[in-house]
Design a protein. Structure first.
Length: 356
């Protein structure tokens, strides 16, 4: 049996002010649908609607469930605290493993843009089949086409075999987000791939690997596993989960485990981690500008302007990001959009939490 778990807990702070604490990144709209809705549709095409689950932060449950028409009765689970992807993946893997430890699960971030959904489906089906066979986990690597410093990298090892036309490689190592010079070297070497954040593996194996490589998570995972299906399940999860350390699945398992494999996916992938990356996948005019509504410009190029309900009028500007909301007007040079987190820190220091 194969399942898909859609991870809908991220807040995407670099997409502020459109993304807020109560308006998470998966609910951003692109081409008339939220990123979450698009992910759910891809997941249903991959494993069947009945085998799709969603996990999100407890505080976002009403926001998430109230925003989608996709039928998910009883299949939306919550994380009692914000503990990053390590505990989140562990909890969902445990829920499945308690009855089906050999079930293969694809963990899909809810905030990715996929331009070629047919190819995505082919690649993920090959990864799911590989996940049934190999003695470890399978990740999806994306062919790097620029020296990007916003993504982690995967170094490809030797090819093991071919699954439905897609080579399955041994992963040699994972690399942190690099600086510009190192990113350029990775691109030139040709054996480094962007880490998509998509992980496939057998549910029981995922739990075992988390237990093996994380002594701090092991007792809590054991207690949760023992409680599943019991009267005290909800109480145990609430108590134990909030005590977990905050750690990503990459740090918790992928960078430590020896048996990690990769299938390469070239399906028009973009992790919308900044306004610049949002602009990459948005329709543009002849001058490379992205506008959300009516706009007029003179000698203006490569700008992103989102001002719903207003006419955007530009003269002689380039490489600008302008995001207008009810209570915030955000203006930024494109090459500095990674500094939004610093800006949010200053807003927090000023005590203006209503804008976060």
């Amino acid at each position: 049996m194969a399942y898909a778990v859609v991870m809908a807990g991220g807040n995407g702070s670099r997409l502020w002010p459109r993304v807020r604490i109560k308006a998470p990144k998966p609910l951003m709209v692109l081409d008339g649908k939220t990123l979450l809705e698009k992910t759910l549709e891809r997941a249903a095409a991959l494993v069947g609607r009945e085998n799709v689950f969603v996990t999100t932060n407890e505080s976002l449950l009403d926001t998430i469930t109230g925003s989608i028409s996709f039928p998910l009765d009883g299949k939306v689970y919550t994380e009692p605290g914000v503990r990053d992807t390590g505990p989140a993946v562990g909890l969902m893997a445990a829920r499945i493993a308690v009855s089906e430890p050999e079930a293969v699960v694809a963990f899909l971030p809810a905030d990715h843009v996929i331009l070629d959904e047919i190819e995505f489906n082919r690649v993920l089906k090959a990864a799911l089949r590989a996940g049934e066979t190999v003695d470890g986990l399978v990740v999806i690597g994306i062919t790097a086409n620029e020296p990007c410093t916003s993504y982690g990298y995967i170094k490809r090892g030797k090819e093991l075999y071919v699954e439905d036309g897609y080579p399955v490689y041994k992963v040699e190592r994972f690399r942190e987000k690099p600086g510009p010079d190192k990113a350029q070297r990775y691109l030139q070497q040709g054996d480094y791939f962007w880490n998509s954040g998509i992980v496939v593996g057998r549910a029981g194996m995922i739990v075992d690997l988390l237990r093996k490589y994380n002594s701090k998570l092991r007792p809590g995972l054991d207690e949760i596993m023992a409680s599943l299906g019991q009267p005290d399940e909800a109480e145990v999860i609430q108590r134990v989960y909030t005590e977990f350390e905050r750690i990503s699945f990459d740090y918790a398992v992928l960078e430590k485990a020896a048996r990690i494999y990769m299938v390469v996916g070239n399906f028009g992938w973009e992790d919308i981690g900044s306004w610049s990356s949002f602009a990459k996948v948005s329709p543009k005019d002849a001058a490379g500008n992205v506008f959300s509504g009516r706009a007029v410009e003179i000698d203006s190029t490569n700008c992103l302007v989102s001002a719903p309900g207003k006419l955007a009028a530009l003269i002689g500007v380039e490489d600008l990001i302008v995001i207008d909301t009810d209570d915030v007007l955000f203006i930024c040079k494109k090459d500095r959009d990674q500094e939004v987190k610093i800006l949010l820190g200053r807003i927090r220091e000023a005590g203006w939490d209503e804008y976060l």
